[in-house]
Design a protein around this ligand. Structure first.
Ligand SMILES: C[S@@+](CC[C@H](N)C(=O)[O-])C[C@H]1O[C@@H](n2cnc3c(N)ncnc32)[C@H](O)[C@@H]1O
Length: 266
């Protein structure tokens, strides 16, 4: 297999302009004031005004800038240079207090100059790109100041066992094997003709996620599971007015997202 990082980076570099132009990311709406930080994320974070916040794997920064709009002093980090360039351009255009750094998440401590943060935020399709979750947790634990917090908000690992087309159980929840995909387009650019289509992703169980954080002495202070998601991952999901997607009325519900807060003891 070619280097996973180079494959994934090429995939994200090529998708970034497509995502900036996409309906799903709705950059025009964002420029007009749309808030992309989900209500449950805002509730879990509490008042962020004045907090130093680092957003890991920030893509082109909408959520990073969403936190800035809520008053945090933010830095976003992503390994895709086109994503970081797009984020910087948007932050300048909107005159938002947001910095962006281009680096691999595993190098985030050095890339952020050893700074520590009140709140480290990440998720919504982030940890599935990382082969080694223990190493990720080392980075997170080093970035959170004593008394500070991690807010992780992710698609639920159990939802990844189902096939995209028909929700039959297709993948092993407990598998350690990398998931290699080769698909044109993306979740936000369906049908786009793209050249870099191979990616390497990873399944991390809920047990693994909780364990790597607990092993680093982080205290889980909130954990919740949600029956909604943020994109049409299966054809029959119903889009609500608030932009969330749910299984049709009457269908047994599944955990589609989760969020947790983990605190570094002071
Ligand atoms: C789905 S996005 C993150 C979610 C974000 N909320 C969004 O949708 O805009 C995943 C991001 O992870 C970044 N990424 C993947 N692997 C990475 C790595 N090893 N280091 C840093 N960034 C990485 C990609 O460039 C991409 O921007």
């Amino acid at each position: 297999m070619a280097d996973w990082r180079e494959l994934n980076r090429a995939w994200w570099d090529e998708r970034t302009p497509l995502h900036v132009a996409s309906e799903l990311y709705d950059v025009e709406g964002f420029k007009a004031g749309r808030q992309t930080v989900e209500p449950f994320e805002q509730r879990l974070a509490g008042d962020v005004a004045g907090l130093r916040l680092a957003h890991l794997q920030c893509h082109f920064g909408l959520d990073t800038m969403g936190w800035a709009r809520l008053g945090a002093s933010v830095v976003g980090l992503d390994f895709s240079q086109p994503a970081v360039d797009a984020a910087r351009a948007l932050a300048t255009e909107l005159d938002l207090d947001a910095r962006f750094v281009c680096a691999d998440v595993y190098d985030a401590v050095e890339a952020l100059g050893g700074e520590v943060f009140d709140l480290v935020y990440t998720g919504l399709g982030a940890i599935n790109w990382l082969p080694d979750l223990a190493r990720w947790a080392d980075v997170v634990a080093a970035l959170v100041r004593p008394g500070g917090r991690l807010l992780l908000s992710e698609f639920h690992p159990f939802s990844h066992v189902f096939a995209d087309a028909d929700r039959t159980v297709a993948y092993d929840y407990f598998s350690d094997e990398p998931l290699v995909w080769d698909d044109e387009g993306s979740y936000a650019a369906d049908g786009a003709a793209t050249a870099h289509n191979e990616t390497v992703e990873h399944q991390h169980t809920m047990g693994e996620i909780l364990t790597v954080l607990l092993e680093r002495g982080l205290r889980i202070t909130a954990f919740e599971e949600h029956d909604h998601t943020l994109f049409a991952r299966w054809p029959d999901l119903v889009r609500r007015e608030d932009g969330t997607f749910r299984l049709p009325e009457g269908s047994p519900r599944l955990p589609l997202m989760f969020a947790l807060v983990a605190e570094r003891p002071g």
